[in-house]
Structures are given as C-alpha cells and as structure tokens.
Ligand binder design. Structure first.
Ligand code: BT5
Length: 226
C-alpha cells in the first residue's frame, strides 16, 4: 500500500519481471491513467486504485482478460455492496448507466498489468465528469474500502484459477451483467472511425460484434440511453 504513486499501473509495469500476483494499492495517484492516454482522476482516499500483475499461460486467450476482470469485479461488488452492477463493453462498471469504475489493462511481453479504479465515497462535486457516480452516491450497502478491495482481489484470484483449471473465464457472468449486448450502440474506434449498430454478441477473443462486425477496442455509447 502506497500513500501516493504516479499510477499504480506504472509501478507494477516497472516490476513486470516479478512473479505474478503482485498487487500495488495507492491512496492517491498523481497521474492516474485511463485508456488511450486519458486520465483517471480520484481524490485521495475517496476511491480504490490498484493494479495486479498476472502472467497468463500461453493457452489463455488474452482478448478475454477484460471480460474476466469485469465479470470478477462486478460479482464481487454486487456481493459485498448489495447493488446491481452492469458492465459496459469492454470493462466499465456501471450502476444505472453511470460509470463508477474503470479498468486499464496493459501488456508487457508475457505480463498483464490489470489496473482498477473504483469511485467509493467520491462526492458528486469531486467526480471528473457529471455522468459518473460512486458507490456511496449509488446507495451501495458498503463503502468500506478494505471490504471492497479484499472482495475484488478474492474474486479475481478465484476466477483466474478457475479459468486455468476449467476454461471458465466468467463469460456467462459477463453476459449476465452486460449493459451493452442487445443495445443499439455507437463505437468510436481507436482509428477515429465511428460505427453504429446493434451489439449482438461477443466473439471468442472478447471482441464486440456490432452490426455483424467484430470490434476489438473502442469507446461504446449506448444509443437508446444517450
Ligand atoms: C478507464 O479508462 O476507465 C480505466 C481507468 C483505470 C484506472 C486505474 S486506477 C489504478 C490503475 N492505475 C492507473 O494509472 N490506472 C488504473 P477510460 O475508459 O479511458 O476512462 C477514462 C475517462 O473516464 C476519462 O477521460 C474521464 O472522462 C473519465 N474519468 C476519469 N476519472 C474518472 C472517475 N474517477 N470516474 C469516472 N470517470 C472518470
């Protein structure tokens, strides 16, 4: 546990040669990272910001990592937080369509750094964007950060072992929690292109099938609710 770090993903990435299982938690990040060079902003101690080092065996499909992580976190938070959590593809966690947690997965050779940011007691005036929320603002049954952290790490560990033992990476759980499948969506691709259509399925590599085309990375907007 660090009082302050630039970014827990940066700290764990720098230690990517260590054995898997390393967990770094920071009370505050001065340069929290989002996807695609964006930022993750959270006041000290209002949220949980942590990163986990994994070294998935070569047989595991890397594209499923985001789904495995999102399903594990959603289950853990629902369990201890007594609140309904939905997943926006690939791995934003929502309560009533508002994002309260995000995941950044970075690859370094055979190592995957799983970075998780959760808004726990963040107040409305502290949220960086008005469409966001926190567990406290959503009426979750617990805002005890230790309880939440332990539950999330346990769930990640259990699913990771199950994935390796039985091949079950949490796909069914992901589908159950998905807020994206069955929706009309607009996806902004990293190339800048934008596609729209019905999100119908996930492919074997965790991609989202929109209007018949599989998308592997991008930002989704749920159109019906936009
Ligand atoms: C994410 O990116 O959602 C991934 C966030 C991962 C953060 C964790 S914290 C521990 C670890 N160490 C790091 O440095 N990062 C990871 P993305 O989907 O790109 O969302 C980022 C966008 O969400 C920003 O551009 C803002 O608009 C918005 N945002 C920033 N902070 C937020 C917050 N606390 N709550 C909700 N939305 C936020």
């Amino acid at each position: 546990m660090l009082t302050e770090a630039t970014s827990t993903n940066a700290v764990v990435s720098a230690a990517a040669a260590e054995p898997e299982g390393l967990v770094v938690v920071a009370e505050h990040q001065t340069a929290g990272r989002g996807r695609l060079d964006r930022q993750w902003v959270s006041p000290p101690r209002a949220g949980l910001t942590f990163s986990v080092l994994l070294k998935p065996p070569s047989g595991l499909r890397w594209g499923r990592l985001p789904l495995f992580v999102a399903a594990s976190l959603a289950e853990a938070i629902e369990d201890v937080g007594d609140i309904e959590v939905r997943i926006k593809w690939p791995n934003d966690l929502l309560v009533e369509e508002r994002k309260f947690a995000g995941v950044l997965i970075e690859r370094h050779g055979d190592a995957a750094v799983i970075g998780v940011g959760v808004n726990v007691t963040t107040r409305a005036d502290e949220l960086p964007i008005p469409e966001a929320t926190s567990l406290a603002l959503s009426g979750a049954g617990t805002t005890d950060r230790e309880t939440l952290l332990v539950a999330m790490l346990r769930a990640l560990n259990a699913r990771y072992l199950a994935w390796q033992d039985t091949g079950d990476f949490g796909g069914k759980s992901y589908l159950r929690h998905s807020a994206t499948l069955g929706q009309q969506v607009q996806v902004s691709l990293p190339s800048g292109a934008v596609i729209s259509g019905l999100a119908t399925a996930l492919d074997d590599d965790g991609g989202l099938v929109v209007g018949g085309h599989a998308v592997n990375a991008g930002d989704v907007v749920h159109l019906r609710l936009a």
